[in-house]
Write a protein that binds this ligand. Structure first.
Ligand SMILES: Nc1nc(=O)c2c([nH]1)NC[C@@H]1CN(c3ccc(C(=O)N[C@@H](CCC(=O)O)C(=O)O)cc3)CN21
Ligand SMILES: CC(C)C(=O)C(=O)O
Ligand SMILES: [Mg+2]
Length: 271
């Protein structure tokens, strides 16, 4: 059961209104049914099936290797656990950049087979036609600008983006373009807080920040990072709410001890 006695489903229109009302938007990732249920019950407004599943679920170095079929599978699992939140799914690398027809096919598969409520894609001007095509098909699109991890081999590092004027100006014009194209929101990843503030004030669709400061209209984090399961990952922007890595390894080692010492199972735990 959700914490909300009467469940009102969040839509892209709800998010738009939240920006208007200056109510912050919250988003977390989930890649599976059980996690999605807990994240939804905790009351987030939106759940993202991030292509960070490539890192967190599959152990890859980058987000590039994950396939559309794998993202669809994660999305199907998440959708079954969600009652309230808006479910947004990343289109993975290589499934929308090449041409608008392919982009639409990928987005349609994500909606039809995955059951997502919306899709997210990385980039601005470069993928204008793909965004137009997907939006025109009636599919809600979330943009993603700044540190776009699918371009990591072009960037070379995960450092803050758009510190230089040229990149900052392009980011603002891309934000305006995404709004014009009909995107319902835009994720801003690892950019200066002052630039994210300017971007948020330049457009009427919500900005959702990760490493982009206070003044975005919402915030997003990777669930595994914020519950402290991802021990090696400590960027400055991350706030850890739990230390689940220690909790879980502690529980596992206690279980090992209990079995080895003939403590588990005891009579009450046997038939
Ligand atoms: N688990 C996880 N969490 C994320 O937030 C995340 C992913 N995976 N995968 C996809 C992208 C990649 N993102 C990243 C990846 C690396 C850094 C990072 O290492 N930052 C460090 C070092 C940057 C550097 O100076 O090279 C930092 O201190 O911020 C930040 C965000 C955010 N996304
Ligand atoms: C970090 C968020 C915004 C993302 O794109 C992902 O988890 O893949
Ligand atoms: Mg992503």
């Amino acid at each position: 059961m959700s914490v909300h006695s009467e469940i009102k489903k969040i839509t892209t229109e709800t998010l738009r209104k939240m920006k208007f009302d200056k109510e912050k938007i919250t988003m977390l990732t989930a890649y599976d049914f059980t996690t999605a249920k807990m994240v939804d019950a905790g009351g987030v407004d939106s759940i993202l099936i991030g292509d960070s599943a490539a890192n967190v679920m599959a152990g890859h170095e980058t987000t590039l290797p994950i396939t559309l079929d794998q993202m669809i599978y994660h999305t199907q699992c998440v959708v079954r656990g969600v009652e309230r939140a808006l479910v947004v799914a990343d289109l993975p690398f290589g499934t929308y950049q090449s041409n608008p027809e392919k982009a639409l096919d990928s987005a349609v598969r994500m909606m039809k087979e995955g059951g997502a409520h919306a899709i997210k894609i990385e980039g601005g001007k470069e993928i204008e036609e793909s965004i137009r095509k997907i939006v025109n098909a009636g599919i809600p699109v979330c943009g993603h600008l700044g540190l776009t991890p699918q371009s990591i081999y072009q960037f070379g590092t995960y450092k803050v983006r758009a510190k230089e004027d040229a990149e900052a100006e392009k980011l603002i014009s891309d934000c305006k373009l995404l709004e014009e194209l009909g995107c319902f929101a835009v994720v801003l990843e690892k950019i200066p807080a002052s630039l994210a503030k300017k971007a948020s004030e330049s457009i009427s669709i919500p900005t959702i920040g990760i490493g982009a400061g206070q003044n975005c209209d919402g915030q997003v984090l990777v669930y595994h990072d914020m519950v402290g399961m991802n021990q090696g990952f400590s960027p400055k922007f991350l706030r850890r709410y739990l230390d689940l890595y220690s909790e879980i390894t502690g529980a596992v080692s206690q279980y090992v001890k209990d079995v080895k010492s003939f403590d588990f199972p005891n009579d009450k735990e046997s038939y």
